[in-house]
Design a protein around this ligand. Structure first.
Ligand SMILES: [Zn+2]
Length: 198
């Protein structure tokens, strides 16, 4: 046996091998009722964002708690809202998480939150790419969506990210999208844009 393979998800007694057939897989919502993904910056000063979004919607469970079986194994959790954090809280970097969570749980809402005094407002895409090239002799200019590398205007960055999500094949068409601005000193969360499919 390969080292650590005993810890793979499929070794758990309640795992059904039929789930590897994607036509038979019904999702893991019976174990964790995930419905909402919140994309936010990993700046530790803004770490309350997922809780603020959960409070705003009012029908989310966050942080929730583990559900244990008789042996004490963690077989689920009550959380409904999952957080994805990255530099700036950009949608571009979160697309793989959205697609994967839709396979495992079915995503209902995706929320993008940009926050006040974010470090991503302290440079431009050009300075980031130029600095990287000068110091590391590597060209990263074509690796990312140019307008996702830095934030020059908050309302535009939030609208850009909601548009990017709506245009991406990684985001199911029926998913509801929201864009918020978070003022981290006051804790105030302001809805800037929403895109609800008809
Ligand atoms: Zn930030």
């Amino acid at each position: 046996m390969t080292k650590y393979s005993e810890f793979e998800f499929r070794t758990q007694p309640w795992f059904d091998p039929a789930w590897f057939d994607r036509t038979a897989f019904q999702g893991f919502n019976q174990f964790i009722p995930m419905k909402t993904i919140v994309i936010h910056c990993f700046d530790p000063r803004a770490s309350e964002i997922p809780q603020a979004v959960a409070d705003y919607f009012g029908d989310e469970v966050y942080p929730g708690e583990n559900i244990l079986d008789e042996a004490g194994n963690r077989i689920g959790n009550t959380r409904t809202l999952f957080a994805v954090s990255n530099a700036g809280g950009r949608a571009f970097s979160a697309l793989q998480s959205v697609a994967t969570m839709d396979y495992l749980f079915k995503v209902k809402n995706v929320v993008v939150v940009h926050h006040s005094f974010c470090g991503a407002t302290a440079f431009t895409p050009e300075t980031l790419v130029g600095e990287f090239h000068d110091h590391h002799h590597a060209d990263i200019s074509t690796m990312f969506d140019h307008d996702s590398l830095a934030i020059s205007h908050f309302e535009e960055s939030i609208k850009h990210d909601v548009k990017l999500l709506r245009a991406s094949p990684a985001v199911p068409k029926e998913v509801k999208l929201y864009g918020f601005f978070y003022e981290m000193n006051s804790g105030e969360l302001t809805e800037v844009v929403r895109d609800i499919p008809a």
